[in-house]
Design a protein around this ligand. Structure first.
Ligand code: SAH
Length: 357
């Protein structure tokens, strides 16, 4: 009998809708349908997004009855930071538990002047980059907009707590391919940039993609205001397909065409993420192909340090090879930065996010 009651409770609970899947208008309509006034919808919306309320009980400007009614109808599927690790360089990694007990990771990267949040967009990843630890997890599911938003809020809170300043930048370079979860990423960014959410400027947000041509064009058509970074790693099809097998489907020709389209529509500079590996892409021919590939628009190449992911088949290229890249790119008027890795000691660096903990 008791057990039956438990199951009934469970079924009822599963049926409850996540209240944060509702738009403000839908919330207003919900209250009207309940015989209440539409502005209650605004109040609840503000609690959910601006104040990041985790329970209905805490919504103190609502009556007890209203809070109970919300509780009967909805859940708030907020995330929980299960574990927080701090690196010797100040980087913080959060293991984030979702409502269905899956885990994603997000990272806070402090510098002298900025705090950057590196957030996840999927549990696991749909792509199969050979050098990336997340790829080994496969894609389990897409994150909901509120789950992406909550990661940002958690890091903003940590930034205020540990560094005495708010979060300044966001990069979608955690787990997952953001353009394979485009709608939810867009909804999350809408909330992050809205005055009713965190009110951040979209110029401080970068979406990093392995390069899904159709979606890059869609972003251009949607006239998004955030920045685009492309994880290129090679501008030669044969090599790129070897290290990023999905390149066989989304070839460099298609990717370039989409980027030309993006630039024509947005006039927004493109950043390329690029790791140089010994024996893979460390020759003059490789860098010449890169120059050729990105010459059509103002671009910046971020040379990222390789973060080993255990099996040893990829090895960071020599200092000379990096210098050759830097010289050739600069000679051709392409901005180039060489980025040191952060948070390596806690497996928080690019490509290392794989829920080891
Ligand atoms: N899927 C998106 C975002 C996640 S990966 C993308 O591909 O852009 C974030 C960045 O880390 C990408 O540039 C990716 O190529 C890079 N990366 C992956 N594994 C890495 C590793 N082991 N060392 C260094 N960078 C890595």
């Amino acid at each position: 009998m008791v057990l039956a009651g438990f199951f009934i409770f469970l079924i009822v609970d599963i049926k409850k809708k996540d209240i944060r899947a509702l738009t403000k208008e839908q919330l207003r309509e919900f209250f009207v349908a309940q015989g209440d006034q539409s502005f209650r919808g605004n109040q609840v919306y503000e609690w959910l997004w601006q104040k990041s309320a985790h329970s209905f009980e805490g919504m103190t400007n609502l009556t007890k009855e209203t809070r109970a009614m919300l509780h009967e109808n909805f859940v708030i599927n907020n995330i929980q930071v299960d574990q927080m690790q701090r690196s010797s360089d100040g980087t913080i990694k959060n293991a984030v538990r979702l409502y269905d007990d899956l885990i994603v990771e997000s990272v806070l990267i402090p510098t002298k002047t900025r705090t950057t949040a590196c957030v996840s967009s999927q549990v696991g990843c749909s792509l199969d980059c050979k050098f990336c630890a997340t790829a080994r997890l496969k894609r389990m599911r897409n994150l909901n907009p509120d789950e992406i938003y909550d990661q940002v809020v958690a890091i903003d809170n940590e930034s205020r707590l540990y560094f005495d300043r708010p979060l300044s930048n966001i990069v979608f370079m955690g787990m997952g391919e953001p353009l394979m979860n485009y709608n939810n990423v867009l909804k999350a960014i809408d909330k992050i940039t809205s005055p009713e959410g965190l009110g951040m400027s979209p110029k401080r947000i970068t979406v990093s993609t392995s390069g899904v041509p159709k979606m890059i064009k869609k972003m251009a058509d949607d006239a998004v205001k955030f920045k685009l970074a492309v994880s290129l790693h090679s501008a030669i099809d044969e090599i790129r397909t070897r290290i990023m097998p999905f390149n066989a489907t989304f070839s460099l020709t298609d990717l370039r065409e989409a980027l030309v389209y993006w630039y024509q529509k947005t006039q927004s500079r493109i950043t390329y993420e690029y790791v140089v590996w010994e024996g893979i892409n460390d020759t003059q021919k490789d860098v010449d192909a890169l120059v050729d590939f990105c010459g059509f628009a103002p671009s910046k190449v971020n040379i990222i340090e390789y973060n080993p992911i255990d099996d040893g088949s990829f090895k960071q290229a020599s200092k000379q090879a990096i210098a050759m890249y830097v010289n050739t790119l600069e000679k051709n008027g392409i901005v180039v930065t060489v980025r040191r890795s952060r948070g390596k000691d806690i497996d928080a660096a690019c490509g290392q996010l794989a829920n080891k903990s």
